[in-house]
Design a protein around this ligand. Structure first.
Ligand code: CUA
Length: 321
């Protein structure tokens, strides 16, 4: 559906590179040990005295046992050294993960909900703060500092191309930093079972060149665009006076619900329902009528709208770029 990277072995940031390197070191060590153990086993089977062989005189057997003891001793020493090496490799990786410089970081408060992501872009100037959902835009080459929270149950933030996992725990705030060094779309996935639609709790991290990022951010800061037609105007009224406004917010209108994704610029996103459906007029309309058909168990109930009302709502939502 959306062309995106979701692969810990295709790293796009310094921390993902450190994790991928550790993965390759572990793989190499494990392959080496496996091959050595299999070779020793094959050699032992080939050399094993047949059970039926009459007991041989003492001396050669004693010599064999002594040689075997030396081999086992050497193998124990090598295993110990290998384990120490892996321990050191993971300690170095840990340091590399924590060592990301955070000067001029973009600060985002990311809250996990059943089953979507709320992202609030923080700023020292309150008028520059804005909220979006399920899609993070970040500037290439600049660190991003996430403050992670959960509103209901434990979720886990995981964008394999950018970093490892970090849990979002109700009642506890934690931070998580990463940097994207290559422009692209990186798919993330909730990595902690959080209920029926856990598997449909995806998010996209879109790494833009700095100029494109600033452009996106300033567009997100703007209130919803004014309706350009009667139909859009009627859609906006419908949205504010029906149940939509109880959960959703559209900045610059009467709709200020905070229980569900902010829709101020919903039409500018690539997907809806946390990566479940591509964002088109048809999927938005189908989703409004019956979200449970696509994502059974989500909090949004089915709706009944007359066809012309649905069209007006669709026109309004489509105008929220
Ligand atoms: Cu949220 Cu799994």
């Amino acid at each position: 559906m959306i062309e995106s990277a979701h692969d810990a072995l295709l790293p796009a940031g310094p921390q993902a590179v450190a994790l991928a390197n550790l993965w390759w070191v572990l793989l190499a060590a494990c392959v080496l040990v496996f091959v050595a153990v299999m070779a020793a086993l094959a050699w032992a089977l080939w050399r094993a005295p047949r059970a039926t062989t009459a007991s041989a005189p003492d001396t050669p057997q004693r010599a064999g046992e002594a040689r075997m003891r030396r081999w086992v001793g050497a193998a124990v020493v090598v295993s110990g050294m290998l384990l120490l090496l892996l321990l050191a490799a993971s300690a170095f990786t840990d340091r590399a993960l924590a060592g990301l410089p955070l000067g001029d970081a973009v600060h985002i408060e990311l809250t996990g909900h059943q089953f979507w992501w709320e992202a609030r872009y923080d700023d020292a100037d309150p008028s520059r703060i804005f909220t979006t959902a399920n899609e993070l835009h970040v500037p290439v080459g600049r660190p991003v500092l996430l403050t992670l929270r959960a509103s209901d149950v434990i979720h886990s933030f995981w964008v394999p191309s950018l970093h490892g996992k970090k849990d979002l725990i109700p009642g506890r705030e934690s931070t998580f930093a990463f940097r994207a060094d290559r422009a692209g779309i990186y798919r993330g996935q909730c990595a902690e079972f959080c209920g029926w639609q856990h598997a449909n709790m995806a998010l996209l991290v879109i790494a833009d060149e700095p100029g494109a990022y600033e452009q996106w951010a300033s567009a997100q800061r703007a209130p919803a665009s004014a309706p350009a037609s009667d139909e859009e105007r009627r859609g906006r009224e419908l949205f504010a006076t029906s149940t939509c406004a109880m959960c959703h917010a559209v900045a610059g209108t009467l709709a200020q619900g905070r229980r569900a994704p902010d829709l101020t610029h919903v039409a500018s996103r690539l997907t809806i329902a946390a990566g479940t459906l591509p964002n088109t007029a048809a999927t938005r309309a189908a989703w409004i009528l019956d979200p449970q058909q696509f994502k059974p168990g989500v909090n949004m109930p089915p709706h009944e709208f007359a066809p012309q009302d649905l069209a007006a709502l669709g026109a309004f939502l489509g105008s929220l770029r």
